[in-house]
Write a protein that binds this ligand. Structure first.
Ligand code: UTP
Length: 291
């Protein structure tokens, strides 16, 4: 079984739910407390042993290239002011030279298309996909849990799932399972936004995947689906229907969907509450509620 060495981060979406900020600030660069969303997700992948990071970027997304690069003036200033702790942390957060690649999705044609754009860099090996607008708060990290689960399979594909909030299944991709026992189960199908009452399980696809390189051949046909976009779910379903094994992993942790305003606000509060260096968050919220 081939090791999972590479991860794809699709960051080329328009982020219309985060307008007006997303007009000029990439959604993935919006900060949760004091670091951009992409920072959390890269850290999760690094902690899982990923060796090469592929960012699928687009128009207006170049800030991410600068974020993961040296900043000579800033480094010199921090050094001169002896702010060594901050400097060391900034340096530790950087990928090493050659560990990160950027490929441009020339038009935001959908998540499936974004993943397909990484095909030449990924080559013929299984790889991880992480959606940067989902912060997965877990120990060990969600990608680590997913790779551990993958290693228990026969070399199939893995999608991370979690229970859908009551009455919300019609807004998500829902998996169908052979059996629902324990956390890792073989899938028999998946449905994008099922009509209320028709959902095949209570588990939705939540933004982390391990995919086999055959997905690129399926995506080659550039077939559009829901919303006129090239959907990753459609390509996965096609592979599954052709007999390629797919597994759903119900991971152990909490997900923060930062793709809309309320979810992003919730992530800010939750992450700030966990930070020992930021005191008084709870009191600040209580005071604000009374004002
Ligand atoms: P979303 O489904 O959240 O889409 O994409 P979006 O376009 O960014 O946001 P809305 O719905 O308009 O508010 C999930 C992830 O996939 C990337 C996005 O950047 C995001 O990180 N994506 C989506 C692409 O890279 N390319 C696409 O064509 C679509």
């Amino acid at each position: 079984m081939k090791k999972i060495r590479k991860a794809v981060f699709p960051v080329a979406g328009l982020g219309t739910r985060m307008l007006p900020a997303a007009k000029t600030v990439a959604k993935e660069m919006l900060t949760v407390v004091d670091r951009p969303l992409i920072h959390y997700v890269m850290a999760e992948a690094r902690a899982a042993g990923i060796e090469h990071f592929v960012l699928v970027t687009g128009r207006g997304k170049t800030a991410m290239e600068d974020y993961f690069d040296h900043h000579i003036e800033l480094q010199a200033t921090l050094e001169a002011k002896k702010k060594n702790e901050i400097l060391d942390q900034l340096m530790a957060d950087l990928p090493k030279e050659g560990e990160i690649s950027y490929v441009r999705q020339m038009a935001p044609l959908g998540l499936g298309h974004a993943v397909w754009c990484a095909r030449e860099i990924i080559g013929d090996e299984p790889f991880a996909v992480l959606l940067p607008d989902m912060i997965m708060d877990a120990t060990p990290g969600c990608t680590r849990q997913m790779i551990d689960a993958y290693e228990q399979t026969d070399g199939g594909s893995v999608v991370v799932v979690e229970p859908v909030p009551a009455g919300m299944a019609h807004q998500y991709g829902i998996v169908a399972l052979e059996n629902q026992e324990g956390r890792l189960n073989k899938m028999t199908g998946m449905v994008e936004k099922p009509a209320p009452g028709t959902e095949p399980s209570n588990l939705f696809i939540s933004g982390r995947y391990i995919l086999q390189p055959e997905i690129f051949e399926v995506l080659n046909d550039r077939k559009t689906g829901a919303g006129g976009e090239i959907q990753l779910t459609d390509a996965m379903l096609k592979m599954l229907s052709a007999g390629s094994p797919y597994y759903a992993l119900e991971y152990d942790g909490k997900t923060y969907d930062c793709g809309d305003k309320l979810g992003w606000l919730r992530a800010n509060v939750a992450m700030a509450l966990q930070r020992p260096d930021i005191k008084g968050v709870r009191a600040m919220i209580e005071t604000e509620l009374k004002r």
